[in-house]
Write a protein that binds this ligand. Structure first.
Ligand SMILES: O=C(O)CCC(=O)C(=O)O
Length: 305
């Protein structure tokens, strides 16, 4: 059941599954992509947000928030990412340096990323999906940016997985309450079309993960083997590719199965940051936690299949 508090926080957020079709990824940008007002980073008009479909998030495991980050902010973030790539010997203007299919950098910090990470459309969405104020506020985006370059080569890091949430035994660990991780976020800092090696999300896969995690109890398990322990049919479910414009952000359930894709047959580098949105502890899974993330976990544990 959705409480009134959650309804209040959902009125500004885009739920945008319809715009996922590859034919429409480059449709005309909404007002969120309007140019900046003079003088201040990110002062463009607010995004064309509409009602968020919380039930769609619980069912499918993701939301796309179009224009979550203003166009000028996304462009400033892209500049910073290119500066970080330069330190790796990769030049924005000299394609001869684009020799690897993927170069992963830590997401830079600084004012542009602080503006991106605290965009009102996103903080409203975090409140709606996790519970008002329940997530860890951060003046930045965080995570890594796997930058993917046009290439026919296997990048070596593609494969279905869920993300780890906390350190356990020296690697990414995850438990059924999703200790520490509230969401998976994909911040598009470049336009990403269907040829540009978009991240692929397996719809509804998050509902199958709790049953894999439950036997591991509070201690949890390494995130690595989780996808392989799912019924094989889960990986044959419908998928959606995280395509869109620079400034769009996809928010995924912490248990959504996803994969990098290759080859990248586009022409431009794909810049997507992939941070976790942290929650201090995790979610209650006894049915008392009204957040959509917790409701999906409970649905996954309860579902009679
Ligand atoms: O780069 C991508 O499309 C996804 C990468 C990913 O899921 C990861 O590095 O965990």
């Amino acid at each position: 059941m959705i409480t009134d508090a959650f309804r209040l926080y959902t009125h500004k957020i885009v739920r945008d599954h319809e715009r996922q079709s590859t034919a429409r990824w480059a449709e005309a940008p909404g007002p969120g992509h309007a140019g900046p007002e003079k003088g201040s980073l990110g002062a463009g008009r607010p995004p064309d947000n509409r009602l968020v479909d919380i039930e769609g998030f619980v069912r499918d495991g993701y939301l796309a928030i179009r224009g979550a980050v203003a166009a000028d902010v996304a462009a400033a973030c892209a500049d910073e990412i290119w500066a970080a790539l330069a330190a790796e010997g990769v030049s924005r203007t000299d394609r001869r340096t684009w020799t690897r299919p993927c170069v992963r950098v830590s997401c830079p910090e600084g004012p542009a990323f602080a503006a991106a990470g605290t965009s009102p459309a996103l903080t409203s969405a975090y409140d709606a999906l996790l519970g008002p104020g329940r997530w860890t506020r951060r003046a930045g985006v965080g995570g890594t940016v796997p930058v993917r370059f046009p290439s026919e080569e296997d990048p070596g890091d593609a494969g279905h997985h869920i993300e780890g949430s906390f350190r356990g035994g020296g690697e990414g660990w995850v438990n059924v309450r999703s200790r520490a991780r509230g969401l998976l976020a994909l911040f598009l800092f470049s336009d990403v079309g269907p040829d540009d090696a978009p991240t692929r999300l397996v719809l509804g896969s998050h509902l199958w993960v709790p049953r894999v995690l439950a036997p591991a109890g509070e201690a949890g398990m390494s995130f690595g083997p989780v996808a392989a322990r799912l019924p094989p049919s889960v990986l044959s479910r419908r998928t959606v590719e995280a395509t869109g414009r620079a400034g769009d952000v996809f928010l995924g359930h912490p248990f959504i199965v996803h994969t990098a894709t290759w080859p990248h047959r586009g022409t431009a580098a794909r810049l997507v940051a992939q941070p976790g949105i942290e929650v201090a502890d995790g979610f209650s899974i006894d049915g008392s936690d009204p957040s959509p993330v917790a409701r999906a976990i409970v649905a996954g544990l309860d579902k009679d299949r």
